[in-house]
Structures are given as C-alpha cells and as structure tokens.
Design a protein around this ligand. Structure first.
Ligand code: SAM
Length: 277
C-alpha cells in the first residue's frame, strides 16, 4: 500500500501531476521528474542494516551467533533471568536469551534497528519475552537486570563501570571482546577458528558484581579487615591472638581468602559476615 497521509486518491493525483509536468518539461526537467517520481515510490525493501554503519556512540556490528551462544552460556542465562543488552542492534542477544527461557530487553538508539529487532523477535516466536526500546543506553535504568550484555568499546564499558558496580551483588555482566579497564573479568572464553568462530569478535568476558565488603568485620573466629579492589581482597585476619595477612576474592556475595595457610570461605549475610571454617 502507498504511504500517504492524504488518502489513496490524492496520492494518485499527485503522481499524475508529476507525470504531467514531466511530459511538458525539457530534458533537464525529465531528470528532475524521474527523481521526483522515485521519491513517490513506496519502499518495498525491508530495512537491512550494514555492518559498520554509524551508531550514536559506537557503530553497529553484530555479534556472531556462536559468540552470542557462548556469552549467554558463560553467564548461565536461564528462565529466572532478566537480560538487558545495552546497544542491542538487531536484537540477537535478547532474542537468544528469550529462547533460553529468560525475559529480555534491548536498549537501542537507532529506531530502525529497534523495529527490526521487534520483527525478528516476532519471527522467532519470543516477542512475549523480548522487548526493545529506543533509548540512549547511558540514560537507561538497568538496575533490574540480572544479566547485562555488552558489545561496546572499552572506553564506553569503563564509562558504564560505576553503574555496573552498583548493581545487586551477583549480577552477571558479559561482554563481547572489549574489556572493562582495570576491572579484570572473573571468567572468559576465547573461541578459535577451530571452534567455528572466524571473525575478530570471538571472545566472551564475564564479570560478576562483587558485594561491597571493604571494612572491618567481627567474626566468630575473631576479626577480619578487608581492603577491596573490585573483586580482589587483601587485608588481615585477627584470630587466636595473632594477626595474619590475607588475600582472596569476592564473587557476588561469596567470599574466599587464604590466611596463615588456611582457606576461608563465607558470605555476607545482610550486615553479618559468616566465615568457614
Ligand atoms: C557493536 S553494536 C552491538 C549490537 C548487539 N549488541 C550485538 O552484539 O549484536 C553496538 C550497538 O549500539 C548502538 N548504540 C550506540 N550508541 C548507543 C547509545 N548511546 N544508546 C543506545 N544504543 C547505542 C548502535 O546503534 C549499535 O546497534
């Protein structure tokens, strides 16, 4: 159907008048009329994004499907998850997450990509669980996500980092290839050519938002003081009248460290630190 705000007849009349002008005009006018007529043609071709096309803060390049699958596997995405892709392109990460039973939302600045994502979700039968919004990812509230997916540049990841670190401990962040500056990943998978990935975008990186445990805590065994740099812990354990240096890490709310040759594990339970042994 012709796109028109004036109704079908008005459009036909307009096209006729363009034709009339064409028959009367000189050669240069014919060229003008051809262009005018071309503008009158409805676009029958579906929107096809081009890899590398401009985007607001970063271009659109799609994550290869094999990397999408590995990213979601690394983050253990399942039916209990709410996955948000920041800069969601054609929707493939959110759609694949929805196929794994999760709910998802894509945030994308380009309205044509948003529409394409909605059509793709419809085609894949997951439109009920995969939502797409036209928005700036830097102005979006993603605090409800249990998993965040990213295929942005390192400096954009770093710009997002304070908001990511403020998410609920245990939230998983998984990125295609680009790192998070000096916040090192908790895990990663590098797909080689033999694994079926033949582009530059074959690395999945996982971060797990660490609980904020810095400070001094009274524990059943004595007292523990943590200094925290992202998920890395240093500090001291005071037990049985002696102070020992410690080194360890925090993964979500799970704490693990070694002091005096012994391994301690535990978790932050509200405001209480419970340690074993
Ligand atoms: C490299 S592509 C990744 C697309 C998709 N996440 C994937 O992995 O296939 C980055 C996407 O971010 C979008 N984008 C760039 N700046 C944005 C912004 N400020 N807010 C929302 N989307 C943005 C681009 O339009 C592009 O679709």
């Amino acid at each position: 159907m012709l796109p028109s705000t004036a109704g079908g007849n008005d459009v036909s009349q307009h096209r006729e008048s363009v034709l009339m002008r064409c028959t009367k005009g000189a050669l240069f006018a014919l060229a003008f009329c051809a262009a005018a007529l071309a503008q009158e043609q409805p676009s029958t071709r579906a929107y096809e994004p081009q890899s590398g096309q401009a985007g607001k803060d970063v271009v659109w390049v799609p994550t290869p499907q094999i990397t999408v699958d590995v990213m979601l596997e690394l983050a253990k995405v399942g039916p209990k998850d709410f996955v948000m892709d920041l800069g969601s392109g054609d929707g493939r990460l959110v759609i694949t997450a929805a196929k794994r039973g999760a709910r998802g939302m894509g945030v994308e600045y380009n309205p044509d990509l948003v529409e394409l994502s909605r059509r793709n979700a419809e085609k894949e039968g997951v439109a009920g669980r995969a939502r797409f919004v036209k928005a700036d990812l830097f102005e979006t509230d993603f605090s409800q996500a249990t998993v965040i997916t990213l295929f942005l540049l390192t400096d954009l990841n770093v710009k997002l980092r304070p908001k990511l670190l403020a998410l609920k401990p245990g939230t998983r962040i998984v990125a295609n290839t680009f790192n998070m500056g000096d916040w090192l990943p908790d895990d990663s998978v590098e797909l080689g050519y033999n694994a079926g990935c033949n582009s530059a975008w074959c690395t999945a990186l996982l971060w797990i938002v660490p609980a904020r445990v810095e400070g001094t805590w009274a524990i059943a065994q004595g007292e523990v003081s943590f200094k925290q740099r992202y998920q890395k812990l240093t500090g001291a354990l005071y037990t049985e009248g002696t102070t020992y240096p410690l080194a360890g890490s925090v993964r979500g709310e799970e704490i693990r460290f070694t002091a005096n040759g012994r391994e301690y594990t535990g978790r932050l339970n509200g405001t209480k630190l419970e340690l074993r042994p």
